[in-house]
Design a protein around this ligand. Sequence first.
Ligand SMILES: [Zn+2]
Length: 293
Amino acid sequence: MSNKDLAQRFIFDNADIRGEIISLQDSLTASLAAHNYPVNVKALLGELVAASVLLSSTLKFEGILSLQAKGDGPLSLLMVECTDQGTFRALARWDEENGEKLAAKDLQGLLGNGQLVMTVDPHKGNRYQGIVPLHHETIAAGLNDYFEQSEQLSTGFWLTSDGDSAAGMLLQALPVNLEEDETVRAETWQRIAMLAETVTEQEMLELDHDTLLTRLFHDENARLFDGEKVTFDCNCSRPRSAQIIQDIGQKEAESIIAEQGEISMGCQFCNQTYVFTGKDTADIFAGQKPRTH
Ligand SMILES: [Zn+2]
């Protein structure tokens, strides 16, 4: 069975540890299709998408999780938004004039003075945001640091991407259930995390999840559950764009129409453009529905 564009949970029969594994292919290609990013920017974005879906699996919530890597270097932003429904969208902002120079740089060289920002925006309840410095060689190392600082449960990320496909794995200690002794729990975590650490990028990108888990954890009784589909879906739309025009107010909207003849709104995630004429804009403020095409 193909595991592409699938996120799968796994557990260990003899350890208080859970895991999640993800492979992205068509969904990643679709999300990057509207952009012309250099290959290493695509690869970093692929890793960030994998990380976001893994993260959303650890947080039980309904809503949107966004993960951003920001910096003052030639790559100023990597951003992924994903929903509890397994959909995501992604974008990068980078210095296009010096695109060829980006290829030689690692994460730190690209981002410069970097930050990792995680935002959870639930449908119900309060928005939560966490920020940590991102001075690491990889996104996974940054996330591991983030969890070490903010969570009590041990958590580890393994991420990789070649720009065309991406893969990720997460291990997280569970609250006491099978084993109460702290020393034994710590030893078990160490042992299983060390096994995970032996994984290669090639194995992650090429092996199906079942084979990969058997190869990594064959003596640890890992059990893989059914997967959940992961898809690219940009939730921008003409009605949402009309709402934004409504939010900026009639006066401001009319002044843009007077100046530019129309209001043109582009989606940075999927490059879709929504154009509103003077008539469309007048309709919005007259409380009518704008035309759909
Ligand atoms: Zn869009």
